[in-house]
Design a protein around this ligand. Structure first.
Ligand SMILES: [Zn+2]
Length: 336
């Protein structure tokens, strides 16, 4: 039977003490199976009226489940309330509307509590766990759903195994994203991840040589046909001032020129303009200002995310949060 327009498939009447141990797990399993469940409002405390609660539940739900436990029996239910419960638990017209569950109680306990209630067929948590019980209840309250899938599949749905499937689907998407990232990396500096700033075809003045692609990235990295022609400032091999030899000459009276001669291959890729000055020291100082200095930047991925959030993060505290997120992202993507 499908849910009514007015409400739920079932409500679960229970002693508040049993929520953590059993009722929540049952409600979750039923919901996983597609049953609409009402249960928080039917948590009974001392002084609540059982029949009022059940009448309220039945006004909005097709079926009521009553969890009969030591805690439930420990409440001072008036006799008439229990009679009402029993009456609703036995066939009403052609169907049962109250489905009792014995939770941690034996037949003797129920017999002592309310003899008529002990005769009502009940499910028992000593025999079935919440997942198994949810299937038995599904058969009763939503036979349409019960018949819609093989029992094995229903069992795994009740146990929330589809959450596991969802997780693996997410992992698949993550793998795809990694692939997209690899494609994107074609347009990012291979060292620091800075964006491509310029891409152009460089014509070569030689009919036997093909034109080549020149690329320049925001950090300063440059390449021709994917071969580095200027290193990224975050590259550990990026030149430092000690990789240049300064030589000064007095080109004319009181006019000095200082040039920086690269000493390494990497230094040769970062050319430095000569310096000028009225004295040797001035010319040296002029060129020293332009000598390259390696950037000790954070690891590429953090750098990239930090750059993205730079505009949004004005304060130190905010950028720390961004860095924390960046770390979190890295952790989750490496967990594959
Ligand atoms: Zn770079």
């Amino acid at each position: 039977m499908a849910s009514t327009d007015t409400g739920c498939d079932v409500f679960i009447s229970h002693a508040s003490e049993d929520k953590d141990g059993f009722v929540r797990a049952l409600a979750v399993a039923l919901r996983n199976l597609g049953v609409s469940v009402w249960y928080d409002e039917f948590s009974l405390s001392v002084g609540d009226s059982l029949s009022e609660s059940i009448d309220k539940g039945l006004a909005g739900a097709q079926y009521g489940i009553v969890v009969i436990s030591k805690a439930f029996m420990g409440k001072p239910w008036p006799k008439r309330e229990l009679r009402g419960l029993v009456a609703k638990a036995v066939d009403a017209g052609n169907r049962k509307i109250i489905l009792p569950i014995w939770h941690g109680v034996r037949r003797e306990d129920v017999l002592a509590f309310s003899p008529p209630l002990a005769d009502v067929v009940a499910l028992n948590t000593q025999m079935l766990d919440a997942g198994q019980m949810s299937l038995r209840l599904l058969e009763e309250v939503r036979p349409d759903l019960y018949k819609s899938r093989p029992p094995e599949e229903l069992r795994s749905i009740a146990n929330g195994d589809d959450a596991e499937e969802l997780r693996s689907a997410i992992d698949e998407i993550r793998t795809e994203l990694e692939g997209v990232k690899d494609q994107l990396s074609e347009y990012q500096c291979p060292v620091c991840g800075a964006n491509l700033a310029e891409r152009a075809i460089v014509p070569i003045d030689d009919p036997h040589t093909l034109d080549c692609w020149f690329e320049r990235y925001e950090c300063g990295y440059e390449s021709k046909d994917q071969i580095m022609t200027r290193p990224c400032p975050s590259d550990p091999k990026y030149p430092n001032p000690k990789d240049y030899e300064l030589s000064c000459v007095e080109v004319s009276e009181g006019r000095w020129l200082c040039s920086a001669k690269p000493l390494t291959y990497m230094a040769s890729l970062v050319l430095v303009w000569s310096g000028e000055g009225d004295t040797r020291e001035e010319a040296e100082a002029d060129v020293c200002r332009r000598l390259p200095q390696r950037q000790t930047s954070p690891p590429p991925e953090i750098g990239r995310i930090a750059r993205l959030s730079e505009a949004a993060c004005q304060t130190n505290a905010e950028s720390q949060i961004a860095e924390g997120k960046a770390n979190g992202n890295r952790r989750s993507s490496s967990r594959r």
